[in-house]
Design a protein around this ligand. Structure first.
Ligand SMILES: CC(C)(COP(=O)(O)OP(=O)(O)OC[C@H]1O[C@@H](n2cnc3c(N)ncnc32)[C@H](O)[C@@H]1OP(=O)(O)O)[C@@H](O)C(=O)NCCC(=O)NCCSC(=O)C(=O)O
Length: 438
């Protein structure tokens, strides 16, 4: 039985089709396992709610793999680039480091340590005078986001690598409580379920986009200062998005109102960051699922992180370098840790709903990108025709009227018989809806 089926108490989904991302790691298998986990959890929920017999679940290898890239296909316009001009890999005196500078405060932190301006060549020159681990520590110390390239063996011997490997795949906590009834139907099992979404970039937003695909009412909250134009068109599909500044009393009061009426809270702040803003108390009925980058135990819990940084830390980029014969870090072909963690989080939400419906209390779950990397490292790649990208045959006929222009989407990668994934609304600009339940 796969690790996620064990964690969510589901049976593995039926996988059809062919194709695989070309990689040293089993990226396509991870796509199938994580999307299959959501489908299987939804099937269990339909049965637990007595909406019908447990439906069959099928994952398409090719489409699941493609959902690990961009699902949106703009018709006549372009999504802006998602990477900042100085983000990326740089050679240090003794190896490699990746700087993650997409957020302005992370970029300012890196530049303050390097004492240079935001120009790629100037940054490369400055980085070349540092040892990778020393520079990583210095940038992390001032609130930035960077990762030195480590080998797999180096990570396994590192206190953080050892801590993450020893963690459960999903940290579950059980609390007394019951979920409010929502308007579940056999063909729309999450209809009326209120999901408050405090996630950013890819991993968390993939989780809530998936819940919206089964009918959940998702409301995303961001501060007005936060922007991610390169990913918002892809990940806000099916959601409403509002602005709240959780550092002001009046907006905090609005958030408490929203939370009091919510069924599910999904977030991706560093451990303790959300509690520091809104306190640690949660309504008794609330299912809470969150992620962090480096895991929930060990010296690096609380470290800022993104998929591409975790790939550097945990040995994926280094192993890819040897496998591909490249002279620089060689990451996965897609941001697989983000996407897989997002689908696993969605599976955790649905699995928690099933447990609540069965009278087993309220379950809360914590996952991490680094622990997902351990799942990936154990999977065996299956060969098949190489997947290189989508073709028109992979796209749905539906035309999404996004705020940026018309777009098509990939066909769904997972099919729950009788409960197809589809989205009630197009993608949305951050802050474009009122901060209230619809
Ligand atoms: C994504 C991050 C790197 C972002 O880094 P930071 O913004 O520097 O860190 P924090 O989590 O501490 O963010 C909280 C900061 O934002 C402020 N903050 C956040 N939301 C609000 C609202 N709504 N209102 C007011 N202030 C806010 C908060 O007070 C903190 O500010 P201060 O108090 O002033 O600090 C980190 O949150 C993180 O590591 N998260 C866990 C992993 C994760 O989700 N990674 C991204 C997705 S995965 C991925 O790789 C990907 O998608 O790509």
């Amino acid at each position: 039985m796969d690790e996620s089926a064990k964690a969510f108490g589901t049976s593995p989904a039926h996988v059809v089709g062919e194709g695989a991302w070309k990689s040293r790691f089993a990226v396509t298998e991870l796509a199938c396992q994580s999307m299959g986990a959501v489908g299987s959890a939804v099937a269990d929920l339909i049965a637990a709610l007595n909406l019908g017999p447990k439906p069959d679940v099928q994952v398409d290898r090719r489409l699941a793999s493609l959902w690990f890239t961009w699902s949106i296909h703009p018709q006549g316009w372009e999504v802006p680039p998602s990477w900042d001009a100085i983000a990326g890999d740089y050679q240090t005196r003794d190896g490699w480091i990746k700087l993650h500078t997409n957020a302005p405060h992370h970029r300012a932190a890196a530049l303050s340590v390097l004492e240079c301006r935001a120009d790629r060549e100037v940054v490369a020159q400055a980085v070349s005078g540092w040892d990778a681990n020393t520079l990583e520590d210095a940038i992390v110390e001032v609130g930035g986001a960077a990762a030195a390239m480590r080998s797999r063996a180096g990570w396994q011997a590192h206190p953080q690598g050892a801590a993450v490997a020893a963690e459960p795949f999903v940290h579950w906590e059980q609390h007394p409580g019951q979920v409010r009834e929502w308007q579940a139907k056999a063909d729309r099992p999450l209809a009326g379920l209120r999901v408050l979404d405090l996630t950013r970039v890819l991993a968390g937003p993939v989780a809530t986009r998936t819940l919206a695909g089964f009918g959940a009412d998702v409301l995303r909250v961001d501060p007005a200062s936060w922007g991610e134009p390169g990913v918002v068109p892809d990940v806000t599909l099916g959601k409403r998005c509002c602005h709240l500044d959780l550092k002001t009393g009046s907006d905090k009061a609005v958030l408490y109102e929203l939370l009091a009426q919510a069924d599910v809270l999904v977030h991706g702040y560093r451990p303790g960051a959300l509690d520091a803003m809104i306190g640690a108390d949660r309504p008794d009925n609330l299912i809470e699922v969150c992620l962090d980058a480096y895991g929930w135990t060990g010296p690096w819990t609380g470290r800022r992180g993104f998929d591409s940084l975790v790939q550097m830390s945990c040995g994926i980029a280094e192993a890819g370098m040897g496998w591909s014969g490249s002279d620089k870090p060689h990451p996965l072909p897609v941001q697989a840790l983000d996407h897989a963690t997002g689908y696993f989080m969605a599976a955790a939400v649905v699995s928690a709903l099933t447990r609540a419906v069965r009278g087993d209390g309220i379950h809360r779950a914590r996952l991490s990108l680094a622990r997902t990397a351990e799942v990936l490292a154990k999977l065996e790649p299956v060969s098949g025709p190489e997947i290189t990208g989508s073709t028109p045959a992979d796209l749905d006929d539906w035309i999404e009227n996004s705020p940026w222009g018309p777009a098509k989407r990939l066909k769904a990668g997972v099919a729950v018989a009788g409960a197809p994934m589809w989205w009630d609304r197009p993608s949305a600009e951050l802050g474009s809806s009122p901060a209230s339940w619809g």
